[in-house]
Design a protein. Structure first.
Length: 321
């Protein structure tokens, strides 16, 4: 076992041959938990208290249906690696995100430029369903599958098509910096590109004493005075085709050319749409990936990632000067 090996939970089960619907029911429940099949009777989840409870619940369900099941905590020492298994989780979620994205695009294509009231009402119902499904997928997206970013963008486009609004930058910033002092900022655990950049921006340009709270993806409730970023229904998140970093910069009226250049890099890396075709994107992407690989804890990722962002920001300021 390597020093950096991760523990996993395995559900090993045997189902009765009949009734057939019970086998389908168990399969659907495992899919809903985000479990990945290693073999027909062996499913894996990353180890956490929540996933342990999920698998223990499955054991009771299977036993009640006349089957047998055990939950095992395991490390992979040969053959399948932790990286291989994480990639399987990402691929599974990317397939889910791709299906959702196709459905959103189909609705988008059916909405005219100036929809009637009935068309808008139907589209709003669809949007609510899509957002609910997206939140459910994010709750089981344990390893940051890349497809989530494009779904966020498509949801923003659908919302804008239903109720178009001018960019916040055109109407002035929606928030005053004075209103954002002394706040606790909430975002999803497992910081990566956009969330690291947002947290850096908040401490560097908004509130040096800002506090952060990192929560499970499905968490939507916050305490009074807290602000959410880069998460479902957050105050500062993806807006149209903006990533969350761009949303913060525009809505706070931060007219700094170096920040806007940095935002273009973060956009290209986070949304993977090559909108700005920034040559620095690949280097920034690799640097942040290295930060994530070296640091499991979010505060450590933020500290190390802030060094990367400081360096890129300094380079852009020099270039603009």
């Amino acid at each position: 076992m390597t020093q950096d090996a991760s523990p996993w939970l395995l559900l090993i089960h045997q189902l009765p041959p009949h009734p057939a619907y019970f086998r389908v029911k168990v399969w659907r429940q495992l899919q809903g938990l985000g479990a990945v099949a290693l073999k027909n009777s062996v499913y894996a989840l990353p180890l956490s208290e929540e996933t342990r409870e999920d698998f223990q619940w499955m054991v009771r369900q299977i036993a009640a249906g006349g089957g047998e099941a055990n939950v095992v905590e395991a490390y992979f020492t040969d053959g399948l690696t932790d990286g291989d298994l994480r990639e399987r989780f990402r691929q599974a979620r990317d397939e889910d995100y791709a299906k959702l994205q196709e459905e959103i695009q189909a609705v988008l294509k059916g909405i005219p430029k100036h929809p009637a009231a009935a068309q808008k009402a139907e589209a709003e119902v669809q949007l609510a369903k899509f957002r609910k499904r997206f939140a459910e997928l994010q709750a089981i997206d344990f390893f940051e599958a890349g497809g989530a970013a494009e779904v966020r963008t498509q949801l923003g486009r659908l919302e804008a098509q239903i109720a178009p609004k001018p960019p916040a930058a055109e109407g002035g910033p929606a928030w005053r910096l004075d209103d954002l002092q002394g706040r606790t900022w909430v975002t999803r655990k497992g910081l990566h590109v956009d969330r690291i950049a947002c947290a850096w921006l908040i401490r560097r340009f908004i509130d040096p004493e800002a506090r952060f709270r990192f929560v499970e993806p499905k968490t939507t409730q916050v305490k009074k005075g807290e602000l959410r970023f880069d998460m479902f229904e957050g105050e500062f998140t993806h807006d149209g085709d903006w990533c969350s970093f761009e949303t913060l910069v525009h809505r706070l009226g931060l007219e700094d050319p170096a920040l806007h250049a940095l935002g273009e890099v973060i956009h290209d890396v986070d949304l993977k749409d090559a909108k700005f075709k920034r040559p620095e994107a690949s280097g920034f992407d690799r640097a942040i990936l290295g930060v994530a690989l070296l640091h499991a804890k979010d505060e450590a990722r933020l500290e190390a990632g802030s060094g990367v962002l400081d360096a890129f920001y300094a380079a852009f300021r020099k270039a603009k000067a």
